[in-house]
Design a protein. Structure first.
Length: 445
């Protein structure tokens, strides 16, 4: 993308309404625009990151054997009357009437609808296990929408639902989700710690939240800090291997890690003093096993191997896709702007032309731009006729992890400059070598 032809409405001033750094940078970098309290348009740069995050979520769900579909945002109230949640949900639910005075709602979550789909089409243990998921907009009329996309009213969520014939299989589905989530967050450059949680309006007793540590997080968290160095890394996971998956879960959930809702002072006191940490965290996902809570009330049954009819065992599992943008920025920025991890960056590399209009500099930038595209990667080429300082400030603000700077002086010596946004370190290289470095970096992502 050539910046002269892009739509990147960066702001010079700090917007007064933004209280936390991620919100401030998302507005300043022209990623979002507020349209009403807690409701945002995703401008081109923000939309790119949102899509990258969505893509990672999809890939890891499919890798775990889960099946994507898409349910609507609007739902009939009658489904929610069956489970009893229409009355329970309270004012967070946006209730709507259509022209025939039928009660509708904008879905805050989809347990009822997915259970309805399941009961209409599945009735035998032979079709199980099955996990269906979608990535769809949700609406929750939050009392206090704030912090930009972190606590919106309309927000994008991945929500998945497992259907299993018995409790053991459903617990494996729970574990499978935990591991797939760990991989998902790692690919985004995040450390998200699974913490035992309380279940809230979804119901159920087995549940973990995934928290990213950040001083601006809304949850108070208590943990053994050795948990922060656990990594899934590149190890192969066979999602059908119950033991392997359970062992990974055990590895990640044995050290003490709880939110304020489940915190237990006595158990925490047993963590060695030097590892005992109290901090704040951002909830970026949650998994639940809730058994037959919905299948029983809504009549979703399966016939088992021995011919008996039982309510299907279920769980639901959510990732805050739009919230993740805020969480990643909270975890990765400096005083100049955002620092995107390679896995989610809106463009893989920025190209800055120090002297637009200089025939040699222009030609070198064009060649680099084409070479990046030939690698299957995307460059944002700042081809505007602007001062170098302004170009650098924009690149730093929008946070592309790598920048290639091209100027007549370097070109005389046959080199361009490759700069890491994270460390600020630069190296001078022939253009072809800079491209090879970029190729190498992204080959491992
Ligand atoms: P919270 O406690 O933050 O209100 P929740 O526990 O009610 O969230 P879940 O039902 O667990 O939310 O939804 C799954 C995920 O969706 C959450 O882990 C979070 O990342 C995201 N999410 C929930 N509410 C919002 C919101 N208002 N804005 C953005 N993301 C949200
Ligand atoms: Mg939650």
């Amino acid at each position: 993308m050539r910046l002269s032809r892009y739509f990147l409405p960066v702001l010079k001033e700090n917007p007064a309404e933004a209280q936390i750094v991620s919100h401030r940078y998302m507005l300043r970098a022209g990623m979002i625009k507020q349209q009403a309290a807690g409701i945002y348009s995703w401008l081109p740069l923000g939309y790119r990151v949102l899509k990258r995050i969505e893509q990672i979520v999809h890939e890891e769900q499919v890798r775990a054997g889960h099946i994507p579909l898409l349910m609507p945002t609007l739902q009939p109230a009658d489904l929610w009357r069956e489970s009893g949640r229409y009355d329970d949900y309270g004012q967070e639910m946006l209730r709507i009437k259509d022209r025939h005075e039928r009660d509708m709602l904008y879905g805050p979550t989809n347990e009822e609808m997915i259970t309805d789909i399941f009961r209409s089409h599945v009735g035998s243990y032979k079709d199980l296990p099955m996990t269906l998921y979608h990535i769809q907009w949700k609406f929750r009329d939050e009392v206090r929408p704030r912090f930009g996309v972190m606590r919106g009213r309309e927000f994008l969520m991945k929500d998945g639902y497992n259907f299993d014939v018995d409790r053991e299989s459903a617990l494996h589905a729970y574990n499978r989700h935990m591991v797939s989530y760990l991989r998902t967050y790692e690919r985004m450059g995040l450390t998200a710690i699974p913490m035992r949680a309380a279940s809230g309006p979804i119901g159920g007793d087995n549940t973990h939240e995934f928290l990213v540590l950040a001083s601006t997080g809304e949850s108070e968290v208590f943990f053994d800090d050795r948990v922060t160095s656990l990594k899934l890394g590149t190890r192969e996971i066979d999602y059908d291997n119950w033991d392997q998956v359970a062992k990974v879960c055990e590895e990640f959930t044995t050290l003490y890690a709880r939110t304020d809702e489940t915190h237990d002072e006595a158990a925490f006191a047993e963590v060695p003093q030097e590892h005992r940490k109290v901090a704040r965290g951002i909830e970026v996902g949650q998994i639940f096993y809730f058994g037959t809570k919905y299948s029983e009330s809504m009549g979703a049954t399966v016939v088992t191997k021995d011919g008996t009819k039982v309510p299907v065992e279920m769980g639901s599992h959510g990732i805050g896709v739009s919230r993740l943008l805020g969480a990643i920025i909270e975890a990765s920025h400096d005083d100049k702007g955002i620092i995107w991890p390679e896995g989610v960056t809106p463009f893989h590399v920025g190209i800055v032309n120090l002297k637009q209009g200089d025939a040699e500099a222009d030609a070198a930038c064009e060649a680099l731009y084409k070479s990046v595209a030939a690698l299957g990667l995307e460059a944002l080429y700042d081809d505007r006729d602007e001062r170098a300082g302004g170009k650098f400030a924009t690149m730093d603000l929008i946070g592309l992890p790598w920048r290639i700077t091209v100027g007549p002086r370097g070109l005389k010596n046959g080199v361009v400059e490759l700069t890491s946004r994270r460390t600020g370190e630069s190296v001078e290289l022939p253009p072809q070598e800079a491209i090879e470095r970029i190729a190498g970096i992204y080959a491992g992502i």
